[in-house]
Design a protein around this ligand. Structure first.
Ligand code: AMP
Length: 505
């Protein structure tokens, strides 16, 4: 194969007018339309001097054109670098400079702010708007609709995805063709995707979930996607009858459950609902099953590794767990201090190894060496435990582990108790500095009804069920938990919130 990722995902559709993207306005982009669009972009990139191996950064709204840029990069051997649309110009300047991107494509609304940044970084700046117009499309219009695919090998880089970087500078995770392809192949098989599948796609495409998991799988299986700009409840409900599968972050599912129009009959024909990127509460899983009869299939992955584990397609999908390691992926739980493998049932750091694991962080050899062991195991930064049946449960990020008076406290354990309390919809537990104990536990709660939780009653119940050192020293009710676009609770913001409320008094 000339270019395994391009040939397998895209090239096989040359000349095929089968549907690939169904847009909410009723129009369809066929595979052939899509490939022609990508080929025209590839010509623009080549004419601009963006060579194989160079990085091309994009910060644009989701659209078929935006996805075609990914295909164009793969076809021309360029490393695709998608950026979160929420990033500010200052943040973008870091990514463009750090990656040495040769071209930056942005929304025309941001052009003025990004022009000096692109100049400093010597990156060519082009625009592409959500409606598909912009300087890139203008240039592409005159280009040929086919492009000679650039030869690439399985170990050549296909993409850089920057980590979210809540504890330090974002790192560019280098993903090879084989990293992406092997994972897509495994998942198509594991989740039984076929050319009959129509995936409801409301995730962003700057993140591994919407970009690689959703799009690569659909392309590999030969199915199509209902491609929506954003998660929009009305649109999801309107489009669901045309879909067979949906991938979402947990908030998609809680929002669906909050809407009375989301009924059993609306979802009965669906083959599969998949959740990931943040923990799906066991309660959501159960409520979803009660409402629809479907058990959401939860899986676990990350930017650096693609997908690592999944609940089974045919076997038991166990609420509150992320299932078992995928075929070809090894997973072990280790002691953070010694690196020794721990027995099943003990909590430790999750390490994974397999063809899905990235090639390292761009120009950060020390960081890479800290997290990617010489034997190929990647230290994920997640803490977890494997139960007697082999199901993996995630108990939180290592950096969110609370150490109080020398004892380890796993936020999840306290959160599970808080979630159970009357009047509590959900909770998040963080550690805050404490003069004697090092850290102490603070619980943030979201009310499930107008009355809200009775904090004294909760403190009492918690003291009956958890050891004293795990008791939240404060309980704070918030209207909602701060979440990023992928539905992850931003615990760093909760710590700041606490600082503002109390520490400075
Ligand atoms: P990202 O690199 O942005 O995809 O974030 C990856 C992190 O999201 C993982 O390291 C986990 O902490 C978290 N994550 C992903 N999927 C799940 C899941 N199903 N349950 C709990 N946490 C998850």
């Amino acid at each position: 194969m000339t270019n395994p990722l391009y040939d397998t995902l895209f090239g096989r559709y040359a000349g095929k007018t089968t549907p690939f993207l169904h847009l909410p306005d009723g129009s369809t982009v066929t595979h052939d339309d899509f490939l022609s669009m990508a080929a025209r972009y590839a010509h623009v990139f080549r004419s601009a001097g963006v060579a194989p191996g160079d990085r091309l950064a994009v910060q644009i709204e989701k659209s078929p054109q935006a996805l075609a840029i990914y295909a164009a990069c793969v076809q021309s051997g360029i490393v695709f670098l998608p950026l979160n649309t929420a990033y500010t110009a200052t943040e973008i300047s870091y990514f463009v400079e750090n990656s040495g991107a040769k071209m930056l494509i942005c929304d025309s609304a941001n052009k003025t702010a990004l022009t000096p940044i692109a100049q400093t970084a010597r990156a060519q700046l082009e625009t592409l708007d959500a409606d598909g117009t912009g300087s890139l499309s203008t240039q592409a219009a005159n280009q040929p609709s086919s492009f000679d695919t650039v030869t690439r090998g399985p170990d050549d880089l296909a993409a850089f995805l920057y980590t979210s970087g809540t504890t330090g500078r974002s790192k560019g995770a280098m993903l090879s063709q084989q990293n992406l392809l092997s994972n897509a192949e495994t998942l198509v098989d594991y989740w039984n995707f076929t050319d009959q599948d129509v995936l409801l796609h409301a995730l962003p495409i700057f993140h591994t979930h919407g970009l690689f998991v959703a799009s690569n799988i659909t392309l590999l299986a030969g199915g199509s996607m209902i491609f929506m700009g954003k998660f929009n409840l009305d649109q999801i409900i309107e489009q669901m009858p045309r879909a067979t599968t949906m991938m979402g972050v947990p908030t998609f599912y809680t929002r669906l459950l909050d809407d009375a129009r989301f009924t059993k009959s609306l979802s009965q024909h669906m083959r599969l609902f998949i959740s990931g990127s943040a923990p799906l509460l066991a309660d959501t899983h159960i409520q979803f099953e009660q409402r629809t009869g479907h058990r959401i299939l939860e899986r676990y992955g990350m930017t650096e590794t693609n997908m690592n584990t999944s609940n089974p397609y045919d076997g038991e999908r166990r609420a509150g767990t992320v299932g078992m390691p995928l075929p070809g992926v090894e997973l072990k739980i280790t002691d953070a201090a010694t690196g020794d493998t721990l027995p099943d049932g003990e909590i430790g750091q999750i390490e994974v190894r397999g063809p899905n694991v990235f090639q390292g962080y761009w120009q950060m050899p020390e960081k890479t060496a800290e997290e990617l062991r010489a034997d190929g195991f990647f230290i994920t930064g997640d803490l977890g435990v494997i139960d007697a049946d082999g199901y993996v449960q995630i108990v939180g990020r290592n950096k969110d582990l609370i150490i109080s008076g020398g004892f380890n406290i796993y936020p999840k354990e306290v959160e599970l108790v808080l979630d159970e309390q009357p009047g509590v919809l959900e909770s998040a537990v963080v550690g805050v500095p404490h003069p004697d104990f090092g850290e102490s536990v603070v619980g943030f709660l979201v009310a499930s009804d107008e009355t809200g939780p009775d904090l004294d009653a909760i403190s009492k119940t918690v003291s009956d069920s958890l050891a004293r050192f795990k008791h939240p020293k404060k309980l704070i009710v918030l209207p909602e938990l701060p979440r990023n676009t992928m539905g992850k609770v931003q615990k760093n913001l909760l710590r700041k919130e606490y600082d503002q409320l109390f520490a400075k008094q």
